[in-house]
Structures are given as structure tokens and as C-alpha cells.
Design a protein around this ligand. Structure first.
Ligand code: AMP
Ligand code: ZN
Ligand code: FE
Ligand code: FE
Length: 288
């Protein structure tokens, strides 16, 4: 059974709609797919409707509703926490994500001002034109706007040249500490898994011992198998997880056409998934 616990739709910076994403997962024969858009649950209803629309006879796809919560530690290092199986009606967690989403708007204006200052012509309305409705605004939308104007060919190119975390044009946005995010996720009945903790090509990563603070806050698992981790990093993380009785996951971080990542290119072992699922306060897996 193929279990992919980290994917994005155009409710954030993926390029497939939530229903296209679910349809693709079904076509590829996945057993479980989690929708984990950045800081939003806006894609949940559409994904759920698509799952319920089709009656599958054998091995039906199961849907896990979640989000990837943007966090920042006290050293300013960006950390992503996957929130799975939480109650979408939970006010504090949703309010915290809304706060981040709101702040992403002014943050984008600041990045644009820096680019304009360097002679790169791009406007907020051109960036808004690249996102679907109220999708969580991110650098990929800015990248798409620059591509639409002919400055670049791909998101990868724009990130390498202008938008990476160490770039002089980079501006961060408000985000909760990982410990706060984990506490809110647990209080909302869900499970918390740190995404790609050692993905160093994106920017600074946390020193491994600082993960223990998150474990103390209730962290349930670590995303180990991810394309941004080397073999060595996976071994390190696996050992760390085993020593602390944490769940080990693997996932694609699929973004549609926005990235090379393919659905289920990395997956989570069924036993690990069962153990993770058991840590939520309720069975919220969506089945047909
Ligand atoms: P933001 O949420 O605005 O900080 O942007 C971060 C997002 O940009 C990540 O979630 C990735 O999906 C995307 N991203 C980062 N690096 C790249 C890259 N090299 N190519 C395409 N997308 C990227
Ligand atoms: Zn993304
Ligand atoms: Fe991420
Ligand atoms: Fe992601």
C-alpha cells in the first residue's frame, strides 16, 4: 500500500486543484494521500468531494486532511510542521494559520519592493494573478509571475537566482514557534510531524538536538524519506527517531508541475502510518 503523507494543491503553491490531486492519487493506485497545503485547510472540502464522488471497488483511496504549518524558531530558522488528522473546526489552530496567511501578504509586498529596487519590474497584482482565489500566497506565485513576464523558465530557476532563503531579496513572514504549532495541533486532536528537517539546500536547518524541544512539546514523527535528504541524513534522522520512539514517515511533497517531486516518490511504511494514526484523538481518515 502506497502512503504519501505530504502533498500540495493550488489552495497553496501546488498547481493541481484539490480534486485533480485526489484523482491523480487514485489513478496512480495510492492507498493513502494527505493534503497538506501551507497554512490552510481551504482545499479540504473539494478534496473530500472528489474522494466521495467516485465509488472504488478494490483498494479504495483514503484521504487524510492536513496542513503544513510554517514555523520559525528563535534563531530565525524556518521549520515546517505537518499537521494531520486534526479537527478543522478547532479555532486556535486555524486562527494561528490565518495570522500567518495574512502576514504573507505584506511580506510579499516587501519582497516585491526589494526586487523593484533592483530594477526587476513586477507588481503585487501580477503576483495575485498567479494564485487561485484565496490560496496561501508564497514565493512560488511570485516565481510564476516572473516566468509569465519572460524573466525565467521555471520556478527552480527563479529560486536559484532570486528567491532562495539566503537571497538579499528574501523577507520572512510571521510564523509561530514550532513548539506553539505542535501544542495547537495536539490540542486540535491531530498529530504533528516535522517536515524535511535537514533539507539544507533551502537555507539554514536546525541543529538536531533542538528537535528535543519539539519532542517535549508533543512531536509525533519525523519526515525522514524526502528527496531533499541525503542517504546519510536519513540514517541520522532514523536513528534519532528510533531512540525517541517517534514515527518515521516518507513522502513526496508533491506540488504538481511546480516541482519535480512525483506523487509517492517516497512513502510511509504501513506500520508507521498505523502508529501515527493511532495518536490522533479520533479517526478522521476520509474513506468512501
Ligand atoms: P514560502 O512559503 O513563500 O516561504 O515559499 C516556500 C515554498 O517555495 C516551498 O514550500 C516550496 O514549495 C517552494 N520552493 C522552494 N524552493 C523551490 C525551488 N527551488 N523550486 C520550486 N519551488 C521551491
Ligand atoms: Zn510549497
Ligand atoms: Fe515544506
Ligand atoms: Fe511541502
Amino acid at each position: 500500500m502506497l502512503i504519501d503523507l505530504h502533498t500540495h494543491s493550488n489552495a497553496s503553491d501546488g498547481t493541481d486543484s484539490p480534486s485533480e490531486l485526489v484523482a491523480k492519487a487514485r489513478l496512480r493506485g495510492l492507498g493513502v494521500i494527505a493534503l497538506t497545503d501551507h497554512d490552510t485547510i481551504h482545499g479540504w472540502n473539494e478534496a473530500k468531494s472528489e474522494l466521495e464522488r467516485v465509488e472504488q471497488k478494490s483498494d479504495p483511496l483514503q484521504l487524510v486532511l492536513g496542513a503544513e504549518v510554517s514555523c520559525q524558531n528563535s534563531d530565525g530558522i524556518s521549520i515546517h510542521i505537518l499537521a494531520l488528522l486534526f479537527d478543522g473546526e478547532n479555532k486556535p489552530l486555524v486562527a494561528e494559520m490565518n495570522k500567518t496567511r495574512e502576514n504573507r501578504l505584506t511580506r510579499m509586498e516587501k519582497i516585491i519592493a526589494r526586487l523593484n529596487g533592483a530594477g526587476i519590474e513586477i507588481s503585487m497584482s501580477e503576483v495575485h494573478a498567479q494564485r487561485q482565489g484565496e490560496a496561501t500566497l508564497g514565493r512560488p506565485h511570485l516565481a510564476d509571475a516572473l516566468i509569465a513576464k519572460g524573466y525565467f523558465q521555471s520556478r527552480d530557476e527563479v529560486f536559484a537566482a532570486l528567491l532562495h532563503n539566503r537571497s538579499k531579496y528574501y523577507v520572512s513572514h510571521y510564523s509561530p514557534s514550532p513548539e506553539l504549532a505542535i501544542r495547537l495541533i495536539k490540542e486540535a486532536g491531530g498529530v504533528a510531524v516535522i517536515a524535511h528537517p535537514l533539507a539544507s539546500h533551502r537555507g539554514r536547518v536546525i541543529p538536531l538536538p533542538s528537535l528535543d524541544q519539539m519532542v517535549n512539546a508533543g512531536l509525533d514523527g519525523i519526515e525522514v524519506d524526502h528527496r531533499d535528504h541525503s542517504q546519510e541524513e536519513r540514517v541520522t534522522l532514523k536513528n534519532f527517531a528510533r531512540e525517541r520512539n517517534l514515527i518515521i514517515t516518507g513522502s513526496s511533497d508533491y506540488h504538481g508541475d511546480g516541482k519535480l517531486n512525483q506523487l509517492a516518490e517516497f512513502t510511509t511504511h504501513p506500520e508507521q502510518w498505523e502508529a501515527l494514526r493511532a495518536r490522533a484523538n479520533k479517526d478522521r481518515v476520509v474513506r468512501v
